[in-house]
Design a protein around this ligand. Structure first.
Ligand SMILES: [Zn+2]
Length: 436
């Protein structure tokens, strides 16, 4: 997409474009066109004449963070089932409450979560959830960017009619897939342990036919790996490979228990893994072998997962945990550098969920941009900004957020959503779902 003439200029002390190089532009500027795309990025002195509107911001500008795996309406069930292992957590803690959820509940849950993410500088999330209409509508209001992958969960289908649900999602793709309007649609079979290999293969064929994302939970717990090995005599990744799933554009969430053969299969297929370290730690699932995945050539993005296993949508925590865990587990301070860590929450995360023109700042990309207040103790002495961002950075330093050139957070205030109202609604509705 060729951008038009610039209409807005943002200037800052530093710009971190997140092109995977670690470059930092001093006294930089970003020009944005009327359609919300970036026209130019660079030192201000090298850009053309100033457009009519210029915001001289100071601080640091970088791309909005990308949450590669989320179930955001679960703000309604935040804290449910704490202390339970995954299967019991789902069956006893989460699913009974979700079974009482209405589309209106999901709308409020998504609205609150979208607000929470935008205020934290997370401009895009890849959502795996039911109630897809409500999720899209809530994000249309909040102004965030969304990859919605409606879920297929056999265990929760009252009539057990998986084929009808697949048809429903294909229809939804036709009616709602609007990348130019911030909404991208994919397919989300829950897991290999919930669906048959044939059902996974059918969903992958549908996803492939519409060039849509195939988003699945994969190898989250040791018990899940054992169950699939017992049932199919091979790993979940091998099961997916055998029915042709890996020919689709695959995003596998978690990947904690992937072995070397699985990692090779995913790398060869160009599949991506959504690394959700905080969720994996909270549920006691383990620690994904991220350094090994990256070394094998698998694309990785970080995700929060649902808030009942996190318990928030603050992706800065994943951005910090990914290198800390890789270094700690590998007993190697070079296991993941700060450029790679930032990449996992920006450009690489965007590519993992099928978006090429967000997650980095370059001409032609969407103007999904956040401003960080670097006039803070945590950014002093400012000698290594990338290290400050990854290890001392935080959502609390995010002051302003633009999505497609529209300022949705202005000086720390969300302009699109009434956050207080969302909190009241989710509090009331969350209590009802919990039977209180
Ligand atoms: Zn998940």
């Amino acid at each position: 997409m060729t951008p038009g003439p610039p209409v807005i200029r943002l200037t800052a002390d530093h710009i971190v474009p997140c092109e995977g190089t670690g470059d930092i532009i001093g006294d930089g500027a970003i020009d944005i066109d009327a359609g919300g795309r970036i026209v130019a990025v660079g030192p201000e002195v090298e850009l053309g004449p100033e457009p009519e509107v210029a915001h001289r911001l100071g601080g640091l500008l970088m791309p909005g963070l990308i949450n590669a795996h989320a179930h955001t309406p679960m703000t309604l069930v935040r804290s449910a089932g704490d202390g339970l292992p995954l299967q019991q957590w789902l069956q006893d803690g989460v699913w009974p409450r979700e079974a009482r959820m209405t589309p209106e509940d999901a709308w409020w849950g998504m609205s609150l979560g979208s607000a929470e993410m935008l205020l934290a500088g997370v401009t895009t999330s890849c959502e795996m959830y039911l109630f897809e209409e409500a999720v899209v509508d809530a994000v249309n209001h909040s102004g965030a960017r969304l990859v919605i992958t409606p879920g297929v969960i056999a265990a929760l289908l009252a009539d057990g009619d998986v084929a009808a649900r697949i048809e429903e999602i294909a229809d939804f793709h036709r009616s709602h897939h609007r990348p130019e309007e911030r909404i991208t649609v994919g397919f989300a079979p829950h897991s290999v342990y919930d669906l048959s290999p044939e059902q996974c293969g059918e969903i992958a064929a549908r996803a492939k036919a519409s060039d849509a994302l195939f988003h699945i939970h994969l190898e989250e717990t040791e018990a899940e790996r054992a169950l699939v090995l017992d049932r199919h005599g091979r790993s979940a990744t091998q099961v997916l490979a055998d029915v042709g799933v890996l020919e689709a554009r695959v995003l596998a969430a978690h990947g904690v228990w992937l072995d070397e053969t699985d990692r090779r299969l995913l790398a060869e297929a160009g599949a991506a893994v959504a690394h959700c370290p905080q969720s994996n730690l909270k549920l006691g699932s383990g620690i994904a072998p991220v350094a090994e995945l990256l070394a094998a050539g698998v694309r990785v993005g970080v995700g929060t997962d649902g808030v009942a296993s996190n318990d928030d949508l603050d992706l800065w925590e994943e951005l910090k945990l990914a290198p800390l865990l890789a270094r700690g587990v590998g007993r190697d301070p070079q296991a993941m550098d700060t450029v790679c860590a930032l990449d996992l929450a920006t450009r690489s995360a965007a590519q993992s969920i099928g978006l090429a023109d967000v997650g980095h700042l370059r001409p032609g990309a969407w103007a999904d941009i956040i401003r960080i207040d670097t006039d803070q103790p945590a950014f002093s002495p400012g000698l290594d900004l990338l290290t400050h961002l990854v290890f001392a950075g935080s959502s609390r330093f995010v002051t302003d957020v633009w999505v497609a050139g529209r300022r949705v957070v202005d000086g720390g205030t969300l302009t699109s959503v009434d956050v207080g109202r969302c909190v009241d609604e989710v509090t009331k509705r969350g209590r009802r779902l919990a039977g209180r």
